[in-house]
Design a protein around this ligand. Structure first.
Ligand SMILES: [Zn+2]
Ligand SMILES: [Zn+2]
Length: 268
């Protein structure tokens, strides 16, 4: 077994393809990279957010609505269909939640209109809820931002809170972690958050969150947040951190495909 395939690195559940527009690889290239890295499971989680389109037109999001054609096992790698969805307000609502759709990609009217979020999320296995534009939270209280994350966790398809240590939005760490634990959901420890340009404060925050997960018995997801295939499965900083703090491997949901799929099946 290659080193990269050893726990907690059997799954990479936060990755991007060219659909995200500032990423550079196709889903096929990401699958090939996952296989080469010895991963059992790849989660593809492109931005479901205003970042990919200036409009909320359904045609700009059709990439997500044809997920059914992706093989469940591709080149020996289990492939999950995800999104990284933006939290857009202090109520923890997720992108597209209030945008009604009246027609599909061909222009034909729906019998039952529904929201863009409902339309896209029908075909996904899980969502990572993240913040990329934190302006709406700039003057919020700690109670408000904490409640925002707790509300986001309430969504039945949100499995992971993404890169909470690098977003720059302060919140009550213990309260959010305990809410995740109660739902059987995951806090992400994100490889990209350790990139030098995010600085020491970001690294310290991520470390503190990982330590509290260990102490409170909260499960984590490891994700590279790869925006190019050669970064898929590369967990150098996350590996070093988890080893350094003696993070319990049974709390790493991404330690094996079976473990991750078990969490996915049992979240509530
Ligand atoms: Zn992100
Ligand atoms: Zn991402």
């Amino acid at each position: 077994m290659s080193l990269s395939a050893q726990p907690p690195f059997a799954c990479d559940v936060h990755t991007h393809t060219i659909f995200s527009r500032h990423a550079y690889s196709t889903i096929g290239e990401c699958v090939a990279a996952a296989r080469a890295a010895g991963l059992e499971l790849l989660g593809s989680t492109d931005h479901y957010s205003c970042m990919t389109s200036p409009t909320l037109h359904v045609r700009d999001y059709q990439y997500f609505i044809n997920f059914d054609i992706w093989p469940r096992v591709w080149d020996g790698v289990q492939v999950l269909r995800g999104v990284e969805a933006d939290i857009v307000d202090l109520n923890g609502n997720l992108f597209g939640w209030d945008h009604m759709l009246y027609e599909g990609i061909t222009g034909r009217a729906f019998e039952h209109p529904h929201t863009l979020k409902e339309h896209v999320w029908r075909n996904i296995d899980y969502a990572i809820a993240s913040i990329h534009d934190k302006t709406f939270a700039d003057h919020a209280t700690l109670a408000q931002t904490t409640q925002m994350y707790v509300q986001a966790l309430d969504d039945p398809k949100v499995l992971i809170l993404g890169h909470v240590g690098r977003t720059g939005v302060p919140f009550d760490v213990d309260e959010v972690l305990i809410a995740a634990k109660e739902h059987g959901k995951l806090i992400e420890i994100n490889e990209h958050s350790f990139a030098p340009h995010y600085g020491q404060v970001c690294q310290d925050t991520c470390r503190h969150i990982a330590e509290r997960c260990a102490e409170l018995g909260v499960m984590i997801a490891t994700g590279t947040d790869a925006h190019i295939a050669c970064d898929v499965g590369r967990f150098d900083a996350v590996r070093a951190l988890l080893e350094e703090i003696h993070f319990p491997s049974e709390l790493v949901a991404t330690r094996s495909a079976d473990a991750f799929l078990g969490v996915l099946a049992n979240m509530h």
